[in-house]
Design a protein around this ligand. Sequence first.
Ligand SMILES: [Zn+2]
Length: 72
Amino acid sequence: MKLYLDFEPCDECKTIMKDLASPEIIFGDEDLRKDESAKFLRHLTYNHSEVVQAVMKDLPKQKRSQEYDFFK
Ligand SMILES: [Zn+2]
């Protein structure tokens, strides 16, 4: 699932996003990837709560459209 976030990333965001996009993470093991994603989510929760709220608001919509695609 892809989320399109419209916000101004801070330096820490940029660092974590760079980590998440690095080959070690993308081709690394799943646990590591989960850890990094969780770290990013935690950072968003504490530092960019407006983003998390926007994501939460958007999630049910995305889920519905995915299910729709699936049954088409
Ligand atoms: Zn940030």
